[in-house]
Design a protein around this ligand. Structure first.
Ligand code: FAD
Length: 624
């Protein structure tokens, strides 16, 4: 368990020692590594050397768009070859998307195509590929398995052209310097999980962080500034949930991370906030960060923590990925790996009828505040079937960290009694596990990714939406309306209050959250682009707007949201947005980093070839 300052002479002694020490963060990288990359440029010809130097200002700031093939400033093949040499031959030239094996050409392979098609909806298929992301809709749908969507040919669309398969901070520095100095668009891919597809960009240079895989256990991390004294893990940013959870369990710990087993929790997840099965107890993922190692927009390699580069540290905890710097490692608090109880159950309206079904859901809403306050996490879905008119509810799972079977039963029993009174057969399975790790492994589904005709919008409904019967009725009616409008809903009944009260850029709406709600709109994937756009816009002005109207001033979660979220600065960061904009201007004045809907991204737009919100087009400045 992370302990706080002030109790115990050992802690006081250590803190006193640190107060007099010049290196308060002994595990971190020495500052003299900062511009180490410039030392490796000695042998590079003078005329191209300037393209790799740190701290320089770009010389093409007046161009309307980033630099693209065919432009005068597009780097020559020789220059790309130089970059390849400087990143130790880790530059991939036009890496192939997964479905390239399905289309005519030298890569065609019918057998492989069958495999790619069969596993298309699994995240495990996508994260090991240098360019794939799990939202093909955001890529522009230009290379999918034909049995899933016929792209007619496999073209690069919104995929990057070059990828640095980085394994060292120097590789990242070199890529950042090159992008800044040439004006080529830069993107960062970790796993490609982001709902909005922010890890990609047409003809960009991508820095792929997947293979930063080191994990270091720190038995006693001391942060003299915040008073944190306790266990921690320092992890490379490519470490995924399933890897760190196992490593933490082996040391008798857990860490705050997503439920999704393949999420890159030290990449986009943690910088965007990040919710977790442990969030009702410990706050968001970003609240756990003790330190980052970061490559800045200047190409410097720095430590950002409570003592060094504090602005950067503040912004990177919640301000979103691909905005202020590229992290190469993150150090986070570790928590105990305590016994956990989990329950899964489901029911449909088929036998009981719709009114009874909705009476059951309405009743459940009454328990959201007490359940979140008890430290639990409920991951549940509402699925409509437009053909049969049947609605389905699934709890998968109700998750109670550090709770016994009896305690969990006591929390669920009032609602279960009501379900029984309503004559609902729901067959609950309540299981107690010796560890958080085993409970997590056994309870969560591997979710479907790679959808071709859907997008998700989200809303954090605050406590105020649940405090009176009238408010709960109103909220319930809005969820029911969404189901009746054929929206698939995914919900998280959690609170996200940080017990350490960290000052960071996490969306303030999280602190009030009781229900983090998602709804997805679907469309005909073979329809015209204009039809798709209309459906998406109507979703925003209709079902999403209803949710916003009943939760004024609340927000949406930047990593699980719609690219068309209006006023995204307010929605993703609330009253922290003005400071984030100031820091963006200070830390990345040349907009080296960009991702759609990121801080400051209003200045740019991807001019997509089909007019849909995706990465298949040039990134250009928005004309005033
Ligand atoms: C199946 C599934 C399950 C999920 N479960 C959860 C969950 O339980 N809780 C939750 O909160 N979210 C969850 N998410 C959402 C997830 O947190 C986001 O998709 C998040 O952005 C993933 O981060 P990533 O680094 O893995 O993904 P990527 O898509 O690779 O990156 C996301 C963004 O961060 C940037 N980025 C990545 N690494 C770095 C870095 N080192 N430095 C700077 N920028 C970087 C990228 O450029 C991009 O803009 C889930 C998503 C899916 C698809």
């Amino acid at each position: 368990m992370g302990r706080q300052q002030g109790n115990g002479s050992k802690a006081a002694g250590l803190l006193a020692l640190l107060a007099t020490s010049a290196t308060a963060t002994p595990i971190l990288t020495p500052a003299n590594w900062m511009r180490m990359v410039d030392n490796s440029l000695k042998g590079v010809a003078a005329d191209v050397r300037s393209l790799f130097l740190s701290g320089t200002a770009p010389n093409n700031t007046s161009s309307r768009c980033k630099v693209y093939p065919g432009d005068r400033n597009w780097p020559s093949d020789e220059t790309w070859a130089n970059l390849n040499k400087l990143v130790e031959n880790r530059l991939l030239d036009r890496p192939e998307p997964l479905a390239s094996v399905c289309y005519n050409g030298t890569l065609y392979n019918a057998e492989e195509c069958v495999k790619v098609t069969a596993h298309w909806n699994e995240s495990y298929s996508h994260f090991d590929n240098a360019v794939e992301m799990m939202s093909p809709v955001a890529q522009g749908m230009t290379c999918l398995p034909p049995n899933i969507f016929d792209s007619r040919a496999c073209t690069r669309g919104g995929f990057p052209m070059y990828v640095i398969n980085a394994t060292k901070p120097e590789h990242v520095q070199m890529g950042v310097n090159f992008a800044r100095n040439t004006g080529v668009r830069l993107v960062v891919k970790n796993t490609g999980h982001d709902f909005l597809g922010k890890s990609s960009g047409q003809d960009a240079l991508s820095i792929w962080t997947h293979y930063f895989k080191d994990i270091e256990y720190i038995e006693e991390y001391v942060d003299a500034e915040t008073g944190y004294l306790g266990p921690a893990f320092k992890a490379g940013v490519g470490v995924q949930a399933f890897e760190i959870y196992k490593a933490a369990h082996e040391k008798g710990h857990s860490v705050v991370g997503g439920e999704g087993e393949t999420v890159g929790i030290f990449g986009g997840y943690i910088q965007g906030g990040g919710h977790s099965p442990l969030t009702s107890l410990y706050g968001t993922g970003a609240d756990q960060v003790l330190s980052f190692e970061v490559v800045t927009a200047d190409g410097d390699y720095v430590t950002a923590n409570s003592k060094s580069n504090t602005d950067l540290f503040w912004a990177m905890r919640g301000g979103g990925g691909s905005t202020f710097g590229i992290a190469t490692s993150v150090t986070v608090k570790a928590h105990p790996d305590f016994p956990t109880t989990a329950s899964r159950f489901s029911f449909t309206s088929e036998k009981i009828g719709n009114e009874t079904f909705w009476a059951a859901i309405r009743d459940y809403v009454d328990y959201f505040i007490p359940n979140a306050d008890a430290g639990t996490y409920a991951y549940w879905t509402l699925i409509p079937n437009v053909w049969t008119g049947i609605f389905s509810f699934s709890m998968s799972p109700f998750f109670a960290p550090n709770k016994t079977l009896e305690e969990t039963h006591a929390l669920l029993q009032p609602w279960f009694t009501r379900l029984e009174e309503l004559g609902i057969d729901f067959n609950p399975n309540i299981t107690h596990f010796d560890s958080y790790y085993e409970a997590w492994r056994s309870s969560f589904p591997l979710e479907t990714v790679g959808k071709i005709n859907a997008t998700t919008g989200s809303r954090m409904f605050p406590r105020g939406n649940f405090e009176t019967k009238e408010k709960r009725d109103e909220l319930f009616q809005n969820l029911r309306q969404s189901s009746e409008n054929n929206r698939v809903q995914v919900h998280f009944n959690i609170k996200a209050v940080d017990p350490a009260n960290s000052d960071n850029a996490v969306n303030p709406a999280w602190r009030e959250n009781i229900l983090f709600a998602q709804q997805a709109v679907r469309w005909n994937s073979n329809g015209a682009a204009a039809e798709t756009l209309k459906v998406r816009q109507e979703f925003q002005s209709g079902d999403m707007q209803r949710w916003r109207d009943i939760s004024p001033g609340a927000g949406s979660y930047l990593a699980e949201a719609d690219r068309l979220e209006p006023d995204f600065g307010q929605a993703f960061w609330g009253d922290k947005y003005p400071r984030l904009l100031e820091l963006k201007a200070k830390l990345d004045p040349h907009d080296v980093f960009f991702a759609t809907t990121s801080v400051g991204s209003e200045r740019w737009k991807v001019e997509s070839v089909d007019g849909l919100p995706n990465e298949n087009g040039k990134l250009c400045r928005v004309e005033n």
